[in-house]
Design a protein around this ligand. Structure first.
Ligand code: CMP
Length: 830
């Protein structure tokens, strides 16, 4: 029976080791995982060493405890893996990683398959085990551990993209390798013939199935979170629970890849979470998971490396030869994926170009870590496998981990330096210099001011100020040497900064509950697109993205399609409401960007750039107001309702901020603060958005048309049953030239444009169109396109005929208009 206190002591001691290893790694300038592995291997070997030294007694039993921890691969897989993978998913910047999605997928999934195959085939002639066992080993060592590489990248300031590539690769790569491993293990256990095709099918099913289960679980998690309120303790608890639940559900219930499932749900939460979860809760979640991930990662590393001694128990010199073959094959496979497979895809434009120096760093940085050890352990525990298979996998996988950790891991830093990957790009460098210059100037001025206020002695001031001046001189010399930023680059930088600030402002709106999550998500996406546009194409890219943000999104067009063809109004009404809300929020955000532009942008990038960005912002503001006014004219009540809600939430935020600052300043105690919060929150109005009424009621709309004002009540009643209301959105082509006419349209509100080759005519409220084809029997004479949101009344051909027959007055009017239009169209004059 295991003494629980003893287990706790062991875990606590291991945590001490983990904690101490971090500063030790910094001191030795080694990746922390290398230090952890070294300590782990030493701890694991302790019993043997003790036995050799003839020490047993008290210290001996402690050593035995460390050396023979009751650890199985299941503990690692079920306890640590879900945590590790979920954390990796949630920490991924999904939006920016998507740019490199193709490269990452290739590196991860295809490269995993290639690595497995290359290693398997290379080892087979030398090893005395079947091919499928060689492949199994290939899968076990196909996982890469990014922790060490990323730690170094961060230290030396490698580019963010390189870090993302490696992180993204490792993320999917683990998932892919485990899925392959499981498939192969199944083949060996059941003694099935290794059949590449069915193996591949099994792999694809497990991978895709895991993805689907994970996405569903992630959706469910977000759904539950949305219903539990905004308590950060609750939200984080739920995420922890779901990390395990999605893993086990996928693994045991659906028999698909659990790792892929956890990964998918983590990624979904990372992509959608910021718009669903209040910003403070979200950042708490990020920090909490960072901590959980750190524990899981470090412990799994330490514990797994403690097993090394056990795994290497009966190593033989022949294994050295196999290890060399394995190492060479693994590197060749990696080089093949990056330098042979990738370039054609780069040329096709499927994958963004990756520079050779990056590729070399990725090749050398492919360290193998804890996961490979865990998979090797799983093989040794599997009673269904013969001893020589267990031995083969255990020794070689462990050898590979040790080699990559202690050889690649310790030399990675100089390699990255050699490849010059630790330097900022000239543009970033220039920006950094500019910010340094600015902050040093401010620092110097602040010191002088403080000295003056407090009448400090001149020598004291001089001692503080002089280093700043020296640094200023240094920076400006650097700046001169590297050349100033071109204006175009500065503008691009300024626009990226604006877009980033926009993101922050949008998130604030979410925190204030002044905008719905769906709208926030839309705005975050467009802010990201603007930043990316500015980054890659400067002003043009920013402009393009800001225009795209105002276009009707796919969801809107789908809702409109459903409305047009199936008459379903609800979806369209919701999308219209979304649009009003989005435009209103956008306008508010632009309003807040102005001061940011005037202060921050101007001080960093100078007046000229700030003037340009101001102009760009004003253009955007105008376009937004235009789009908003178009809707507001048609739906003034809804827009006003939303404005009220908006203002109410912002005011509430204001009041609460005041309480908070009073509490922070110590003016009120916790009890009073809590009570104040309760008072305002209880009186808080409903958060729900007012319902959007599309306003399509034939009876009401008919009253707006002069043409029908002379009709008697029974006639009007009959007409109302025949007229069908229809909404048209700006840009919608209601009639296309050349079609056969089937209906006539009366404009109850809004405006349309009749487009003829020789002229364009605008028609507004009270006008009608589409009558000519019905009267003359000819095809449609012109295109008719909605200019604004229009409420139309549609009268079908047969009903039109009936109406005309029964109402000579109206017939007279309509026919004369049609005739006038016909004559007008015959004359070629403009
Ligand atoms: P129809 O030809 O059925 O479809 C196109 C419609 O455009 C046409 O009926 C008229 O209602 C309208 N139209 C065509 N020419 C003109 C014009 N010159 N001025 C105003 N409306 C026009």
């Amino acid at each position: 029976m295991l003494d629980i206190a003893l287990v706790l002591v062991v875990i606590a001691s291991l945590l001490v080791v983990v904690g101490v290893s971090q500063p030790l790694a910094v001191r030795l300038s080694l990746p922390p995982s290398v230090v952890l592995a070294a300590v782990g291997v030493a701890l694991g070997a302790l019993p043997t060493i003790m036995a050799h030294l003839g020490l047993s007694d008290a210290s001996g039993s402690a050593a035995r405890l460390f050396g023979h921890l009751p650890l199985s691969s299941a503990t690692f897989i079920y306890v640590f893996l879900p945590l590790l993978v979920f954390e990796a998913g949630i920490a991924t910047d999904v939006r920016r990683t998507i740019d490199d999605a193709a490269a990452i997928l290739l590196l991860a999934v295809v490269a995993t398959l290639i690595t497995t195959a290359v290693i398997g085939i290379a080892l087979w002639p030398f090893a005395e085990v079947p091919l499928v066992v060689c492949l199994l080993l290939g899968a076990a060592v196909a996982t890469t551990d990014p922790a060490a590489v990323i730690a170094i990248f961060r230290d030396v300031g490698a580019s963010a993209r390189l870090t993302r590539l490696v992180e993204g690769e490792a993320l999917l790569n683990d998932a892919a390798a485990i899925a392959v491993f499981v498939v192969l293990l199944g083949m060996i256990e059941t003694g099935r013939q290794a059949d590449a095709l069915s193996g591949l099918m099994e792999f694809v099913l497990s991978f895709a199935g895991g993805g689907i289960v994970g996405l569903l679980a992630g959706q469910l998690l977000l759904w539950v979170i949305a219903r539990t309120g905004d308590d950060r303790l609750v939200v984080s608890t739920l995420t922890l629970a779901f990390a395990y639940l999605s893993f086990i559900a996928a693994d045991r219930l659906f028999h698909v890849s659990g790792v892929v499932a956890v990964l998918a749900s983590g990624l979904l939460v990372s992509a959608v979470g910021p718009s669903r979860i209040a910003p403070e809760t979200w950042s708490f979640l990020g920090e909490l998971w960072e901590q959980i991930g750190f524990w899981a990662r470090s412990l799994i590393f330490l514990l797994a490396s403690m097993l090394v001694a056990r795994l290497l128990a009966d190593i033989h010199y022949r294994d050295g030869i196999l290890l060399v073959v394995l190492l060479v094959a693994a590197f060749v496979a990696r080089i093949f994926s990056l330098f042979v497979l990738m370039p054609p895809l780069e040329r096709l434009g499927w994958v963004r170009h990756i520079e050779t120096s990056y590729k070399l760093a990725i090749v050398w940085g492919g360290l193998r870590g804890a996961l490979t050890l865990v998979l090797a352990l799983a093989v040794t525990e599997n009673a269904a496998l013969p001893h020589d298979v267990q031995r083969f996998v255990a020794i070689l996988a462990t050898g590979m981990v040790l080699f990559t950790l202690f050889v690649n891991g310790t030399t990675l830093r100089p390699v990255i330096r050699m490849l010059h990957l630790d330097r900022l790009s000239p543009r970033d460098q220039a920006l950094r210099d500019r910010i340094l210059e600015l902050s040093y100037t401010e620092g110097r001025d602040a010191a002088q001011e403080i000295a003056q206020t407090h009448a400090l002695s001149l020598p004291a001031v001089a001692r503080v100020v002089s280093p700043y001046e020296a640094r200023l001189a240094e920076v400006s010399a650097d700046e001169k040497a590297s050349g100033h930023l071109a204006e175009r680059d500065r503008l691009a930088f300024a626009l990226v900064a604006l877009a980033n600030n926009e993101r922050v402002l949008v998130l604030q709106m979410l925190g204030d509950e002044a905008a719905s999550p769906a709208i926030v998500q839309l705005l975050l996406n467009s802010a990201d697109a603007m930043a990316e546009g500015a980054r890659t194409e400067g002003r043009l890219g920013y402009h393009r993205a800001s225009e795209a943000a105002l276009a009707f999104p796919a969801r809107f067009r789908f809702a409109y399609f459903v409305y047009r063809w199936f008459g379903l109004v609800r979806f369209l009404a919701d999308r219209l409401a979304d649009r009003v809300e989005m435009l209103l929020t956008m306008r508010f955000v632009i309003g807040q960007l102005r001061p940011f532009n005037e202060h921050e942008i101007q001080s960093i990038f100078g007046e000229r750039i700030a003037a340009l960005t101001k102009e760009i912002l004003e253009q955007r503001a105008k376009a937004i107001s235009g789009a908003l006014d178009a809707l507001r004219r048609q739906y003034p009540d809804f827009a006003a309702e939303l404005e009220v809600r908006f203002l109410r939430q912002s005011t509430l935020r204001h009041v609460r901020t005041r309480f908070h600052s009073l509490f922070d300043e110590g003016l009120i105690g916790r009890e009073v603060y809590a009570d104040l919060e309760r008072v305002v929150l209880d009186a808080r109005p409903a958060r729900e958005r007012p319902r959007f009424d599309i306003g399509l009621n034939a009876r009401q709309l008919v009253q707006r048309l002069d043409l029908f004002s002379g009709l008697e009540d029974p006639e009007l009643e009959r007409l109302c049953t025949m007229l069908r209301p229809r909404l048209a959105v700006p840009g919608d082509r209601i009639i296309a030239v050349g079609e056969t006419g089937d209906a006539v349209y009366f404009i109850a509100s809004g405006a349309v444009e009749v487009i003829r080759p020789e002229r364009r005519v605008t028609l507004g409220s009270g006008d009608f169109f589409g009558e000519m084809a019905l009267i003359t029997g000819q095809p449609r004479q012109a295109d008719v396109v909605a200019l604004t949101y229009c409420q139309l009344l549609v009268l079908r051909r047969s009903d039109f005929q009936r109406f005309m027959d029964g109402n000579p007055d109206a017939r007279e009017k309509i026919s004369s208009v049609a005739e006038a239009r016909r004559v007008m169209n015959l004359s070629r004059v403009q």
